[in-house]
Design a binder for this molecule. Structure first.
Ligand code: NAP
Length: 508
């Protein structure tokens, strides 16, 4: 057990979502126990802790959305609900002994590398902490984006963001939802059933395909519990499906998959919305894949309800009583739900907090002035001993495989540094540049540059016009490279003051 008053660690993991939990599990399995996992919230679970809006759930069949080493026989739905993911996170924390490493309710507000001692100094809401290595596992969708609407401060009703849901939010009266992304597609049908009137403000329509969801029969769950090996069957089916989808659609390797999914979405729209004018307004003008894969069996038909209005005029301003659109119409609203997404590549969110690397380089400026790239999606030359789990060019078809890959990379670097007695490990400039060039060149063949994605207003594009959210490679290639990257791509070094520091920590 690590004493509560300790401030100096071998490793600090920032974030107790699935990435942080995975890092903690792998560190322990690698024999590293001198670490803590910090999270600003009072519980684990990351996005599944924060996103509790009605009907929140995964958009990927659940057997492909869990750790490879911890299959779960108890999922109740093929597309599990948010609370099931939250229960799964807590289960992993207990089963793998992560609990004793948790330091919850501590927000990291910045970190600075000490070149003299080869260590990171972290500023937190509860004082300063130090660590030789830092694993930034804060996730990609942690900072909600509020829309910049003139007069919003004067709105007298309730305003709530989808990622900061409050179950006491009044949903019975006149409710407005701004946004029609993946979160909104889940929220809108639920709110429509409760609200007296629902007004949906759509800026860009979204492709929505049917969701082949079903309750997993109790007998099948029992079979999974008795014969855990059986779980690998649905898991591999889903992983292969994700791989086809990811490479076929995003990487544009199989353009017919894009056409097939557009056909499925169009068919669902025609079946659920009889009014051709309304259908027209719900139809995207960009290709499927320019935005996140979105599934629902209820979204389109919600717009055929008498108490639901679709507003596709741009929002001009907000007043005390509602929202005014560009056509001069004023829409009376009591509760305004912002399903407006997250700051992903904004200067304020990448990195999540100020990170000052070696020789005082500000990481935010570095990424902004160059391109948003991490070597293999994980490391940067000015940030020795630091790893980012959802770094640019890390994400492949499976979210959990992405996490496990990045954690494997980070742990390999730490173990190798310890084996060599090194106090500093930093990716070299040349392999970093080579990786950046390779990813950007490969991305040029993706759907993002070979269809009309500019009409999608997709948050996938960063300020450079790049799409660093996705790694243009198969999951297998990423899996292999994250575990077999040449160690010569890193510089390992030792400084005497740092070694002394380690010695002091070991004897304390
Ligand atoms: P999002 O995809 O970024 O969608 C935000 C929506 O808000 C868009 O429709 C956007 O319109 C609209 N919007 C933003 N500012 C606006 C403004 N000023 N006026 C009018 N409309 C505005 O965000 P999200 O739906 O929260 O999803 C974000 C990501 O979270 C997804 O890509 C996905 O990775 C993840 N997610 C996953 C799941 C799941 O697996 N179950 C569920 C939800 C979310 P424009 O399109 O015109 O910009």
């Amino acid at each position: 057990m690590i004493p509560a008053n300790r401030t100096d660690f071998e490793v600090i993991v920032v974030g107790a979502g699935f990435s942080g939990i995975c890092a903690a599990i792998r560190l322990r399995q690698a024999g590293i126990h001198d670490f803590v996992v910090l999270d600003k919230a009072d519980d684990v679970g990351g996005i599944w802790r924060d996103n509790t809006y009605p009907d929140v759930g995964v958009d990927i069949p659940i057997w492909g959305y869990c750790f490879s080493f911890e299959p779960n026989p108890d999922w109740r739905y093929a597309y599990a609900k948010g609370h099931e993911l939250q229960t799964y996170a807590a289960h992993c924390v207990e089963k793998y002994g992560v609990r004793e490493h948790l330091r919850l309710g501590i927000e990291v507000t910045g970190m600075r590398f000490d070149d003299e001692r080869d260590q990171w100094n972290l500023q937190t809401g509860r004082g300063r902490l130090r660590a030789r290595f830092v694993i930034n596992a804060y996730g990609a969708f942690g900072r909600p984006k509020m829309p910049d609407i003139t007069g919003l401060n004067s709105f007298a009703g309730t305003v709530i963001h989808s990622a900061r849901w409050d179950n006491t939010t009044p949903l019975m009266g006149r409710v407005g939802v701004i946004g029609t992304g993946s979160s909104a597609v889940q929220i809108i049908p639920e709110v429509a059933e409760r609200a007296e009137r629902l007004t949906v403000f759509q800026r860009t329509p979204i492709w929505v395909i049917p969701k082949p969801d079903f309750r997993i029969p109790r007998l099948l769950r029992m079979a999974f519990r008795l014969l855990p090996g059986l779980l690998s069957v649905p898991r591999w089916i889903v992983l292969v499906w994700l791989e086809v989808l990811y490479n076929g659609v995003f990487r544009f390797k199989l353009p017919f998959t894009v056409t097939a999914l557009e056909w499925a979405a169009g068919r669902s729209l025609r079946a659920q919305v009889p009014d051709p004018a309304l259908r027209e307004r719900l139809s995207p003008r960009y290709r499927f894949g320019c935005k996140f894969l979105t599934l629902s069996n209820r979204y389109y038909k919600t717009f055929a309800r008498d108490n639901v209005r679709l507003i596709s005029e741009n929002i001009e301003s907000a007043t005390a009583t509602g929202v005014t659109t560009a056509d001069g119409q004023h829409h009376e609203i009591d509760t305004l739900i912002m399903a407006t997404g997250f700051e992903v590549f904004e200067r304020t969110s990448l990195p999540r907090y100020p990170i000052t690397g070696t020789v005082g380089v500000d990481l935010g400026d570095y990424l902004h002035d160059n391109r948003n790239v991490c070597y293999e999606g994980v490391t940067l030359p000015p940030c020795p001993n630091a790893f980012i789990i959802h770094g640019p060019y890390s994400m492949t078809g499976s979210f959990f495989m992405t996490i496990e890959n990045a954690v494997a990379h980070a742990v390999r670097c730490i173990i190798e540094a310890q084996r060599r007695g090194a106090t500093r490990v930093a990716v070299k400039a040349e392999p970093y540049a080579r990786f950046a060039e390779e990813m950007i060149a490969r991305q040029a063949a993706s759907i993002f540059y070979n269809s009309n994605c500019e009409a999608a207003r997709s948050f996938y594009f960063d300020q450079h016009g790049d799409v660093p959210l996705f790694r243009p490679s198969t999951s297998i290639e990423a899996w292999w490279r994250m575990r077999r990257f040449p160690l010569a791509d890193y510089a390992f070094s030792t400084c005497a003051a740092a070694e002394q520091q380690t010695g002091q920590r070991e004897t304390s």
